[in-house]
Write a protein that binds this ligand. Structure first.
Ligand code: NDP
Ligand code: GDR
Length: 362
């Protein structure tokens, strides 16, 4: 019998499995790995509506990207049997665990579920690798986060900075961080934590602050919206581009030794700066007036209020400052961020203006 395309690809053993493939990072990572000649398997969860819009361009036409070297499997990080089944079937050489309830504010309302998926889900996946008998041939990447640092004890955070998580999300991710380290030590597994600082893109979820801003400013520019609400404007974040960050994930798994790495731009900006830059981009500069819950962003030219503060977006415990030192990644992985803050805002604004012009209902 002639070998099928799938057999050929499986035999060349560049096979990766991505959990969270339908998310922002999963979609960029899938593209990146396909470009590198991998066969990419992705785990998607059952939903009552389609949840694959970010990867449709890769899979709705199976021959559009590298000869259709991509396959999706139903599974869930809360369902061990699905994880064992998929790993045994796919036999990947690399697993990227990107699946998570990833919204910090939502984690205060869905605390137990967040712990189930983000914390215990990682344990389930590691244990599925161990029980599959493939633990010595699989390299594992865990999507750890700068939220682990939480209440900042050092002004710039690196791999050696102590953690002090400030949300159910961050506490769940702390468990995942340590269980990944533990499985590396206990079972000699190749398991790495990428401690990634905030990274954004035109594919960022709509309820994260950057995308909320660029979508709203695009709508205001096109006359589809008058104003929008935000929470705490003085949070400082180290924002990079998701496209750059997925490359770092891959590089971690190409090393001889499994290690943990910080991935960041080493540049910090306030939420209000993101707002200002987005309005500047469309030629509608704003100024701030008032303070606290009464602070507003006013369009300079027209005097119209464009941004209001609403306490419903405040978190019970806020993370005020995150700023990463990615020197280790630069030295050992040769990784540096290509997209800086201004270009990130420009990329997102351009994409959202285009989107809203095409589809004002979006
Ligand atoms: P997204 O929220 O965009 O994507 C999360 C993905 O996880 C989606 O594909 C989602 O599926 C999937 N998922 C959620 N719950 C489950 C579950 N129970 N079982 C299986 N899959 C599930 O996140 P990002 O792409 O932004 O982030 C990727 C990972 O990196 C996350 O783990 C996040 O916590 C972490 N991280 C992100 C950073 C960032 O700035 N973006 C920074 C540091 C870490 P569905 O599409 O069906 O909802
Ligand atoms: P974060 O990202 O919590 O850092 O987690 P988010 O964009 O949600 O918030 C960043 C900062 O902006 C403030 N903020 C608002 N946030 C949202 N979502 N909506 C608002 O209206 C708003 N107004 C102000 C927040 O309080 C916060 O200080 C992201 C996620 O991707 C995590 O999964 C990841 O681990 C971390 O980044 C690193």
């Amino acid at each position: 019998m002639e070998p099928s395309k799938d057999d050929e690809v499986t035999n060349c053993r560049k096979v990766a499995l991505i959990t969270g493939i339908t998310g922002q990072d999963g979609s960029y990572l899938a593209e990146f790995l396909l470009d590198k000649g991998y066969f990419v398997h992705g785990i998607i969860r059952r939903a009552s509506t389609f949840n694959t819009s970010r990867i449709e361009h890769l899979y709705s036409n199976p021959y559009a990207h590298k000869g259709g070297r991509m396959k999706l499997h139903y599974g869930d990080l809360t369902d061990s049997s699905s994880l064992v089944r998929i790993i045994c079937e796919v036999k990947p050489i690399e697993i990227y665990n990107l699946a998570a309830q990833s919204h910090v504010k939502v984690s205060f309302e869905l605390s137990e579920y967040t712990a189930e998926v983000d914390g215990l889900g990682t344990l389930r996946l590691l244990d599925a690798i161990r029980t599959s008998g493939l633990s010595q041939s699989i390299k594992f990447y865990q999507a750890s986060t700068s939220e682990l640092y939480g209440k900042v004890v050092e002004p710039v955070q690196s791999e050696t900075t102590p953690f002090c998580p400030q949300s159910p999300y961050a506490v769940a991710k702390l468990y995942a961080y340590w269980i990944t380290n533990n499985y590396r030590d206990a079972y000699n597994m190749f398991a790495c934590n990428g401690i990634l600082f905030n990274h954004e893109s035109p594919r960022r979820g709509e309820n994260f602050v950057t995308r909320k801003i660029t979508r709203s400013v695009a709508k205001i520019t096109l006359g589809l919206l008058d104003s929008f609400e935000l929470g705490y404007l003085d949070s400082e974040r180290d924002w990079g581009h998701a496209k750059d960050y997925v490359e770092a994930m891959w590089l971690m798994l190409q090393q001889d030794k499994p290690e943990n790495y910080v991935i960041a731009t080493n540049e910090k900006h306030k939420v209000r700066e993101f707002v200002e830059l987005s309005f500047n981009y469309v030629g509608k500069p704003i100024r701030w007036e008032g303070s606290g819950l009464d602070e507003v962003g006013i369009e300079v030219e027209t005097g119209t209020i464009r941004v209001r503060v609403d306490k419903k977006y405040f978190r019970p415990t806020e993370v005020n400052l995150l700023l990463g030192d990615a020197s280790k990644a630069k030295e050992k992985l040769g990784w540096i961020p290509k997209v800086r803050f201004h270009d990130l805002v420009k990329d997102m604004m351009e994409a959202d203006l285009e989107l809203m012009k095409r589809n004002p209902e979006a």
